[in-house]
Design a protein around this ligand. Sequence first.
Ligand SMILES: [Zn+2]
Length: 254
Amino acid sequence: MNDTKVYILDGGSLVIDGFHVFWNRGPAGDVRFPCYSVLIDHPEGKFIFDTGFDKEHVEKVLPFEKPLQTDAQTLPGSLHAVGLTSGDITHVINSHYHFDHCGGNKHLHNATTICHKAELEGYHKPQPFEHLGYSDKSFDLATDIYTPRYETVEGDVEIAKGVHLMETPGHTKGHYSLLVELKGRRPMLFTADACYSKKNMDMNCISSFHLDPVASLESMSRLTSLAQEHEAEMFFSHDPDSYGSYLQAPGYYS
Ligand SMILES: [Zn+2]
């Protein structure tokens, strides 16, 4: 973990209804929220956790989510801002395969794709109500520049020294959160969609997009325990209120 740097790469924003953000609680109305990727520059490789959404895909398939994304907020654009190209990334890990977390995978043509075995199964055989979530299939399709190479894992796993994937199922079948230990600060715990925002955590309220609501609640409680156990700071996936306080690339945590 000595020379590890963590960058938050801004990926633009989407809109969903308040009743989807706070399941059966609301209030209703448009909520615009951020999407971002996490770049871990580590002695063992350059890892990306989540890759945001592909604007063209969202405009075509889910235009009601009103995507906003500049060229600088695309994955290649945000990597460029930290002096990297898509080909420099050695590993990509997706918390899960919903379209707003895997839209940039197709640019990472040199990366090995690390994923939860159950998530790949869930994506290949989704429940009927999961079709829109799993609508961007570009991460799984071979193209002339990109062929995914999967390395499937299960359970909690340390993928590089101090970089831990923690199982937090419920939102989807094989959902992972990410814990990164750093030399100069508290560990960072990226909840991903096991908890959209601090307000969800404070209200003990999950989002309406889930495979299993009870497992989702258990995963939120697991995140709280992990944060306590590791004295970690939580970073939420879609939190319009907290996001402004997160250090953005080219700044980094170390
Ligand atoms: Zn999401």
